[in-house]
Ligand binder design. Structure first.
Ligand code: FMN
Length: 453
């Protein structure tokens, strides 16, 4: 079982910071996150995942509600990971970075550099950004349309992968005798000219310790899954039943094979929010307390963000969810709330689910019950592991480490030591061969690389 720690500001629950013992000033405290990263490494987590948006994200009408939302002030992920890498040795790191509000050269360079800084422990979560507010920070008055965002993302990822193959592994000679710095034949200039980007290359970073950083993808719409199947090593999802998890895994693995990759080349991580107690009653009480802390305004604003233009704020919160037009924000997430509406949940109730765990599955129970649940998902082919979302910090993570990890280890489900040094080794995904070497043995070349020297 592979485990990631999904960091969202002070905690993944919008009001978890109000729980007794929760740190309220965690989000911007680097010493605190250093301690959490070390704790995660001691527990043998595979990775720490820093989600991100490039704005204070909210729906158009909820400025006031923001005052009740704790996910506002957050570190920029690459910056914080640079610091966390220096106090850890085996823990992997994944950072979200947007293909809609970045340029591919920047992203290729930053992640390749971080692959060196972390000594082979970095991954890029490719996101197309879902929030309208990000557009307003980048000279636009509307968020790019969903389909266009993914078309741009396809080309963006190709360019980044192409840039990461700018240099063959042994391109840099640094030969004092001849004075030759690198072998010209082992440099590959991308010369990419596409619909969205023109990028000459090469990258000014040598091929990095993992060959290239791990690539993650988190969109579950059809276009999101295609992008993942073609380019990603790992996928973050949010299914809530074993059956949905199995369907997603089967679908994703069959898409992967279309692109000449093996089904084991991709690792699938549904998110869960675990709430652990020494007894089931204790865990249930914590769950109820967390649920009672949700501010309804924050929850309803969450529904509004996914409403595809329907004015949710104008409706009775205790009424049903109306039919929604396709969301320009997050398609798969919108389908989840539509399904909740069909099950008879009101707008207020759906909002509470969103605010509580961002619609990820919430599981409460004893260490044994949590381990049973996760074991069932794993053994029934519904995932390769889990992205854990803790409602606040530090207590739920500490309880997880002391109470649940030993139970998983006792069952032989979770490792007691890191298998390797790099994130790829620990994740069990291969180092992709440099496309130009592959080219020499005349195997197929991805689109962006086709225009290389
Ligand atoms: C576990 C998880 C983590 C995500 N992290 C981010 C993130 O950090 N930043 C972001 O903009 N979107 C994030 N997303 C959203 C997705 O990247 C994607 O935009 C969203 O799911 C909509 O994609 P879809 O329309 O293909 O479903 C995340 C989604 C999931 C399931």
């Amino acid at each position: 079982m592979k485990l990631g720690l999904n960091i969202v500001a002070n905690g993944a629950h919008a009001a978890g910071w109000r729980m007794p013992g929760a740190r309220v000033d965690a989000a911007m405290d680097i010493r605190f996150w250093k301690r959490m990263a070390q704790e995660a490494e001691r527990a043998r987590f595979h990775f720490m995942f820093w989600a991100d948006g490039i704005a204070v994200r909210h729906s158009a009408k909820d400025d006031e509600e923001l005052a009740y939302n704790a996910r506002i002030d957050v570190f920029e992920p690459l910056t914080v990971i640079g610091a966390l890498a220096s106090v850890t040795e085996r823990l992997g790191f994944v950072a979200s970075a947007s293909t809609t509000y970045n340029e591919p050269y920047h992203i290729a360079r930053k992640f390749a550099s971080l692959d060196y800084v972390t000594e082979g422990r970095i991954g890029w979560n490719v996101v197309t950004s879902w929030s309208e507010q990000e557009a307003y920070n980048f000279g636009r008055d509307a968020h790019m349309e969903h389909g266009l965002r993914y078309r741009r993302a396809e080309e963006f990822v190709d360019v980044v992968l192409g840039l990461w193959d700018s240099w063959e592994d042994d391109a840099f000679l640094r030969d004092k005798k001849s004075g030759m710095w690198f072998d010209y034949d082992k440099m590959h200039i991308l010369r990419h000219k596409g619909k969205h980007f023109t990028v000459r290359g090469p990258l000014n970073v040598a091929r990095s310790p993992q060959g290239r950083p791990v690539v993650a993808q988190a969109g579950s719409s059809d276009t999101g899954m295609e992008l993942a199947a073609r380019t990603a090593d790992m996928v973050f999802t949010a299914q809530t039943t074993i059956k949905e998890g199995q369907e997603f895994c089967n679908d994703m693995r069959s898409r992967v094979t279309k692109y000449g990759r093996g089904p084991e080349d991709i690792r699938i991580f549904p998110g869960i929010m675990p709430i652990v107690g020494r007894t089931e009653t204790e865990a249930h009480e914590k769950y109820l307390e967390l649920r009672s802390l949700v501010d309804d305004g924050v929850g309803i604003a969450g529904v509004a963000r996914l409403a595809g233009g329907v004015d949710i704020h104008a409706l009775d919160p205790d009424g049903p969810l109306p039919p929604l037009k396709p969301s320009n924000a997050a398609r798969a997430r919108q389908e989840m709330i539509i399904a909740m509406g069909k099950r008879g949940m009101t707008i207020r109730e759906i909002g509470r689910v969103l605010a509580m765990s961002q619609a990820h599955r919430v599981v409460y129970g004893t260490p044994k019950q949590l381990a049973d649940d996760m074991q069932a998902w794993l053994e029934q082919g519904a995932c390769d592991g889990f992205n854990l979302l803790f409602p606040h910090y530090p207590k739920p993570l500490e309880e997880w480490v002391t109470m649940v990890v030993p139970e998983l280890q006792r069952r032989g489900l979770f490792r007691t030591e890191y298998e390797g040094k790099t994130f790829r080794e620990n994740l069990g995904v291969p180092i992709p061969q440099n496309v130009h070497l592959r080219n020499r043995t005349s195997v197929q070349v991805p689109a962006a690389a086709a225009s290389n020297d």
